[in-house]
Write a protein that binds this ligand. Sequence first.
Ligand SMILES: [Zn+2]
Length: 78
Amino acid sequence: MGKVLLLIAGVLVVYWIVRANLRRRRDREIASEQNKTIADDMVRCADCGVHLPRGESLNVRGQFYCNAAHQRHHDPGS
Ligand SMILES: [Zn+2]
């Protein structure tokens, strides 16, 4: 009976160690993924040159703008 308890305790310890390692690795991957997203997501306004997140920019014919007024100023024909 003592051996069975020891075996269960051993299995639990191994399980905890593996789980902790997996969680640490996943946290690191998520952190590096977020850094990459932030670095990739900055674009430059073609009119005034200000940098802003891609999601907040206007993308017109491959050019990024910080607002519609700059888009019209830089590219009046559109
Ligand atoms: Zn601008």
